[in-house]
Each structure stands twice: as structure tokens, then as C-alpha cells.
Design a protein. Sequence first.
Lengths: 488, 127
Amino acid sequence: MSRRPARTLSVLILEDRESDAKLVARQLRKNGLDIAWNRVTSETAFRQALDGAVDVILADYQVPGVDVKRVLSLARERSPETPFLVVSGSLPEQLGIELMKLGADDYVIKDRPERLGQAIERCMDRTRARREARAIETRYRSLFEHLPVGFVSMSASGELIDGNAALLRLAGFPDVESMRKVSVLDMYVDPADRILLLERLAQDGVVTGFETRFRRADGMIAWVRSDLRMARDQEDGPVLIDGLIFDISERRQAEEELRRSLEALHLSDQRRQRLLHRLVDAQEAERRRIAADIHDDAVQVMAAAVLRLATLRRRLTDDQHLAPMQRLEETVSLAVGRLRNLLFELNPAVLDSHGLVAAVRAHLEQHSATDDVTWEIHNELASEPESDLRLLIYRITQEALVNVRKHAGATKVSVVFEERDGGVLTQIRDNGRGFSMEGNPAPGHLGLASMKERAELGGGWWELESEPGGGATVKFWLPFRSVETRTP
Amino acid sequence: VNPLRVLIADDDDVFRSALADFIRDHDSMEVVAEAADAGGAIALASELKPDIALVDVKMPGGGAEACAGIRASSPATHVLVLSAHGDPQTARQMLAAGASRHLVKGASSSDLTAQILAVAATRASPF
């Protein structure tokens, strides 16, 4: 803040003697003030002059026909911030004090003119400070008014002292006066909440995040969050409660909706799981039925064919016929062996009797005789998965291994089971040709979609990592719980 | 040398008759009886005391029951079980019930002959 105003100071002088006015002006310039002055000698002229820009008023209190008190009140009314200094040849102390009470900023005796410059500067500084204070107050008041959060200030018994627009909106009152007719504390619907709120305020002085129901003026109930403090404004002043009140009805409503949709989700999840069980049960029943048919019929008949061919061969003596007959017998025998593998795939009894790893090992052993693939199994599961989950893991693993055998051209395959995030993570990794995930799936890869579908039905996920030429890894995770809860 | 006396117990007519014809075709063996269930097999074994009983693991009355019953009523009879499945657990069950060997249906016929003769050899030279 500069001590000297940068611009020319416009001085209004009420003075009947021009020479005195000049004297004053000279003195002010001598004090280093850059001034332009205007002398008036009547109340009418003074009034007119106030319409223009005036920075300082210097008034002689003894101008004939002018009542200095009237002029002072006029100036205070029309231009409240402009410093008003009384200048006089002699001024009774009493009158000076009286004029200052009426709003004059200072008084200066003409025979001590050297004081004048200082007095004006002091007045100007005070005015500037006042203006700034008012601007700050206006800014804060505006902030307070426009805060999107309810601000409340009340007595310890709940009488409203002050509140902003957001508070009035939240509470449903048109203005502060009408809201003062009720107790803010009474608007907290639940008496127990109210008591708890006051107890905590009394104990800690502060309450934050207090969520409770709040009754609006129209009787509607809103959910609010209160952040309040209880304190004395001044040391011996009354106890006040002030702070912020947030309308959280929308959030509460959203939470309620979320809760409801979670419930709906949970219900549909249960339905999904029931469907999964029915699907898995139906598929497994179908497989058992086919397996039984193959076992009871096809295998018997073909095994009989092997024996009949053998019997026939024993009658042949001619090498020309003997060799093809031998091959035919071997072929049929091989077909029975393949049917036996199919029986195992359809209904792996070993899964229930010896568990997941034994079943996967049996699957791999069955095929390793004919495929040139080396394999390994790493089992890091602490316990055997429950039977539905075990079957699901086995079926997806089986599908993945069939894919490796049919398409990957791999020489090595590994199967890893481990516990992860409340479920089982299974990884089937091969060193085959891999394939690009972009574009159309390779022919015969329908199995990928069915694996993914099965995993998702089981409440888990499935993914394939593959680069052309870089092998492939099928990874899937299934939760322990999801397939456990069977509803009858 | 007397031919080996063989009892066949299998509920599948097609397989049983093919197996019987195959056995009959060998001079070293003869079929003394055929049964289609465990009860029949035990009764016939008890009466005829065959050298060998070829028993299906899955037939009315149960393959394991047939096996144990035959061994109880005719301790000198060697039981060879035949299964379509070939799963190790069933094989263990049957061996526990007193079977000497476990064979898979549809495997090569020369293997079948070899197994029967191997069991018969233990008869010829008991420990």
C-alpha cells in the first residue's frame, strides 16, 4: 500500500474565505500531496459537488449560512467513505469531539496547518482499509451464501443465529427469519440421534460425519450429514453450535438402489448357479448314459468280434489270408481300446475315487502312448476341490488338453493347479505352434468358446495367452464357493 | 493230457458265445458251463469244479461277488476276470476278491490264451 496516492487527490473545500482555501491547498502541496481542489461556500453548492468525484472533504465549521452538522450528515449519507475533516481557525474541543461522533474523520486547527497533510493521509489510509475490509466481508458473505453446503450457526438450544441459502433450501424455509421460529435441533427426527449428537458435542466439542434423518419444513424427511462444533465465540460469550449440514439424500438413495441391485444380482447369481448345476448334471448324466451304452453294447460286441476273428484265423493255414486276418483282428482290438478311452473321457470314475490330479494324470497317460508328447503336472492345492468344482476343473482341463493334442503340434505340455484368491487357478501350457488371437478362430477351435463359457458359468474366468509360434497357455480360475451352494 | 475245464460267466450273450467258441476252438481247453449271472456261476462252479472261471466284472449279482463265491465254493478254481473298462480300481477290487488275473475285453486274443495258459501252469506245478 503506497503512502501517497498515485493519482491526483480531488479535494472539496467548504470555506467562505478564498485566501484560507488557498492557504490550505498550498500547505497540502507542501506536504507532498498532488491535489486538485474545489471551493464551495454554500450547502447547495456542497451538495452539487458531492455528485462529482471527491476524495477528501475539508469543511470550515464557521461558514456563514452553513450548518456544519447538516453538511456532515449529508456527506455521510451521500458519500460515506469519503474522509470528512473539519478545519477551523479555532474549534472548541467539545464541538470537535461531537463532530467526530457524528462521523467526521478528524479535525485540524488552521494555525497548525502542518498537521493537515498527515491527517488527510491517515484518513485516506483508514478509508482504504475500510474498503478492503468491506470487500473481504462481501466476498466471504457471498461465499457463505453461495456455498453449496448448508452452513448453520445456532445457540446451544438450537435457535438459528445464521444460515446460508443452501441451509434454507435443505431445510425448506424461505428465509432465515421463518427458520428462526423453530429449533434446528428439533429438526433431527430421531430423538436418540439428537441426544447422541449433543453428547458428542459436549464431550469432544466436534462431531463429524454424523448421518441422520432430518425433517424439512414441509414435513419431508431428508438424510443429512452434520459436521458441527460447539464453542464459545468469545471467552465469556454464549456457547454456539456451528458447522455444515450436507444433504445426502441422493447418496443414500443411490446406496439403497445399489443395495437393491446387488440383491437382484445376487438372486440372478443364485439362479445362474442353479442353472449351471442343472446343466452340468444333465451333461454328466448324458455322458454316463452314453458311457453305459458303449460299455454294455459296443465294447461287448466288438470284443466278441475280436474273438470271432481270432477263431476264424486259427482255421486259416494260408499265409496269404492269415496276415490280413491278423491285421483285421488288431484293428478291431485297437477300436475297442479307443472306445475304452472314450469311456474314460465320458465317465472318469477315477475322478471321484482318486481325485482331480489322478484323473488328469490318467487322461495324459492314456494318450501319451500314441502321442509324442511329454507332460508334467504340478499340484499345489492344499486339498481336493469339492466334487462339482473338481468335475468342472477336470472338464475344462480335458478340453484344453484335447485342443493341445489336436491343434498345437506340441511336444511338451504342463498342467499346474494352485490356490488363488479363494479358488483354484489352473494353467495348461504347451510349446506348440500357438496361434493369433486376432481374426477368425482356427477351424476346430470351438472348444475355446465352450471352455470360457463353462468357466464363467462356474463364477470364474478363462483366458488364452498365445503368440503364433510361441506356444499357448490356457488359464482359468474357478471360485471355491460358487459351485458349492446347491439349491434343491 | 486232459483239457482245461473252463466256466464262462458273462451276461452279454454275444460276447459269451464268441468267447465260448474261441475256447472250444482250442484242443487244450473245453467249456464245461456258461452262466449269465453271479448266482448261476457260483452254483455251477460248486458243482463242476472247473479249472478256470472267466468272469465278467459287471453282471447281475456282481462280478466281485461271483469271484469270491467261486473261490469259496471251489477253491481250486482259478478266476480270471474280464472287464470292458479296464480301470485300475475295479481290477484291484477283483484281485482282492480272489481273482488271479484281470484281463481287458477286446485285447488281443493271443494275450487271452497266454493268460489262461499261464494260470493253468500254476495248477500243473503248484508251489
